[in-house]
Structure formats: structure tokens, C-alpha cells
Design a protein around this ligand. Structure first.
Ligand SMILES: Nc1ncnc2c1ncn2[C@@H]1O[C@H](COP(=O)(O)OP(=O)(O)OP(=O)(O)O)[C@@H](O)[C@H]1O
Ligand SMILES: [Mg+2]
Length: 262
């Protein structure tokens, strides 16, 4: 089929445990989901639900204890450290809550960094970095160091850096977490633009309002993936447990709020 959606990432029965002294703590339980090419997906769950643990596995920063993880047609679960690092550098662009820019380096030097690791020639590195800095609206801030940029601008530099190797996936962990609401909304708009241009984006967040900006939400609770319906039975649209709320709004009211995005 010509228009069949292509699976870019698939997780089958992924489990993750951390060793704790003599025993271990299980954090992910039989996680199953797929992400298609050109999707903008958010992974939504409360603090401690296992989002960063899952992100580390998606991003090849850590490996699952069991299960199968296929990325871009490759079985990641079977890779060694060195191969994992090369998949990570080539296929994933990371965006973090705290930007993680190098403080002594200018915007352009931060953006070219992944290309140095990828051994791209110097002239091409600068050209590619400039294209991306222009794309994120920072063509006039290329020589600024992080301290000379606003939070939103720093996150734009980080997004340009994540894009510069043209990775299969942009993986963002709470990308608006350190930003005020208006600036955060601009970052989401940038993600939407990049997604409409064909980039696959996975965004991790605890905030239902942010999550709803994506094309699809994957819900995670206590290390397990839930369907939308299961999730809505437990949490309201603000991410507050129904059992911890005084008054339960009607379904109509919940729909109204969702549509109004308040
Ligand atoms: N390296 C580790 N060793 C042991 N336990 C860990 C480790 N990393 C995370 N955990 C535990 O795994 C659970 C999930 O943690 P994780 O960081 O994935 O949650 P999260 O959803 O990202 O939370 P937050 O929204 O607060 O960032 C927590 O109970 C945490 O204490
Ligand atoms: Mg986390």
C-alpha cells in the first residue's frame, strides 16, 4: 500500500527494573506502543510514572531489562554499548527541560557540536547550523552565549542542535518545563511546524494541556501504558486524580474545557 503508515519505533513487552541492594525495583511493566513516521506523539504521565525511564530506553541511553525495541527497522534490544551510541547520535535528537547548552559556547558552536562528533567537514557544519538557527528564528543571535539569551531562545538553540544531524526522531523531555506559559506555547508551535515539515516528535510531559498539543497521547501510569479511556477514568483533564477532587465535573463540562484548552 502506497499510503500505509510506516512504523518508526515499536516497543513490545518492555520491562525495566533497577537493582536495589539484594532485590530490584520494577519501573516499567510490559510497555507496548508504536510511533509512526511523521507523528507528533506525547507521552503523558504524573511524576514518578516512569517517563524518563522510558525516554532513556527510547533514546538508547539505557536498555530494557526485557522485551523488544525496534527503531528504524533495527532491533535495539540486541545492540552493544558502542552500537547504541551510534544509533543515538544518528537517529535521535534530544531536547531537555534544562536546555543543556554548553555555557561558554555561542549558539552556532552549540549547534555544530553533534556534527563534530559525526565528523562532518567544518564548512558544512557551519552552513547546516546557520540554516537551522535561521529556521528556529535565531539568525541574529548566532554569536550569543546561552547567558545572553532568554530561556525560550536557549530552548530554540537546543532544538536547532537536536535537528542538525537530521535525526529520525526528536525526543523532548518536558521541553517547556522551565519556561513561562507563553514562551512554552511558542516552543510547542515550533515543534508543530517541524512536525508538519515531516519530523517525527516524541514529547514527554506531565502536563495534560501540553500533551494535548500533540497529534496523539500515550498515557503512562505507574510504569504501565493506559488507553485514553482507562486514563480518563483515573485522571481529570488537569491530571488530578478524580478521587482527590472535591467535585466531579460532568462529561459535557470536561469536553467543553478540553475544546477550549483551558
Ligand atoms: N537509576 C534508578 N535507580 C533506581 N530507581 C530509579 C532510577 N531511576 C528512576 N528510578 C525510579 O523509577 C521510578 C520512575 O522514575 P522516572 O524518573 O522514570 O519518573 P518520571 O515519570 O520521569 O518522573 P518525573 O515527572 O518526576 O520526572 C521512580 O519511582 C524512581 O524513583
Ligand atoms: Mg522525568
Amino acid at each position: 500500500m502506497l499510503n500505509a503508515k510506516k512504523v518508526l519505533l515499536s516497543m513490545k513487552n518492555i520491562n525495566k527494573s533497577y537493582p536495589m541492594g539484594d532485590s530490584s525495583l520494577q519501573v516499567l511493566f510490559d510497555v507496548n506502543f508504536e510511533v509512526y513516521q511523521r507523528e507528533f506523539v506525547s507521552i503523558l504521565g504524573p511524576s514518578g510514572s516512569g517517563k524518563s525511564t522510558l525516554m532513556n530506553i527510547i533514546g538508547c541511553l539505557d536498555v530494557a531489562s526485557s522485551g523488544t525495541y525496534i527503531l528504524n527497522g533495527k532491533d535495539i534490544s540486541k545492540l552493544k554499548d558502542k552500537e547504541l551510541a551510534s544509533v543515538r547520535n544518528r537517529d535521535i535528537g534530544f531536547v531537555f527541560q534544562s536546555f543543556q547548552l554548553l555555557p561558554r559556547m555561542s549558539s552556532i558552536d552549540n549547534v555544530v557540536l553533534p556534527l563534530i562528533y559525526a565528523k562532518v567537514p567544518a564548512k558544512e557544519r557551519k552552513q547546516r547550523a546557520m540554516v537551522l538557527l535561521n529556521k528556529v528564528g535565531l539568525g541574529d543571535k548566532v554569536m550569543n552565549k546561552p547567558k545572553q539569551l532568554s530561556g525560550g531562545q536557549q530552548q530554540r538553540v537546543a532544538i536547532a542542535r537536536a535537528m542538525v544531524t537530521d535525526p529520525a526522531i526528536i525526543l523532548a523531555d518536558e521541553p517547556t518545563g522551565a519556561l513561562d506559559q507563553a514562551t512554552g506555547a511558542q516552543i510547542i508551535e515550533l515543534f508543530k511546524q517541524l512536525n508538519s515539515e515531516g519530523k517525527t516528535i516524541i514529547m514527554i510531559t506531565h502536563d495534560p494541556k501540553i500533551a494535548r498539543q500533540a497529534g496523539r497521547i500515550v498515557h503512562i501510569l505507574d510504569g504501565r501504558i493506559y488507553s485514553q479511556e482507562e486514563y480518563e477514568r483515573i485522571y481529570d483533564e488537569d491530571g488530578v486524580k478524580w478521587t482527590e477532587r472535591e467535585e466531579r465535573p460532568t462529561i459535557k463540562e470536561r469536553r467543553r474545557r478540553r475544546l477550549a484548552n483551558v
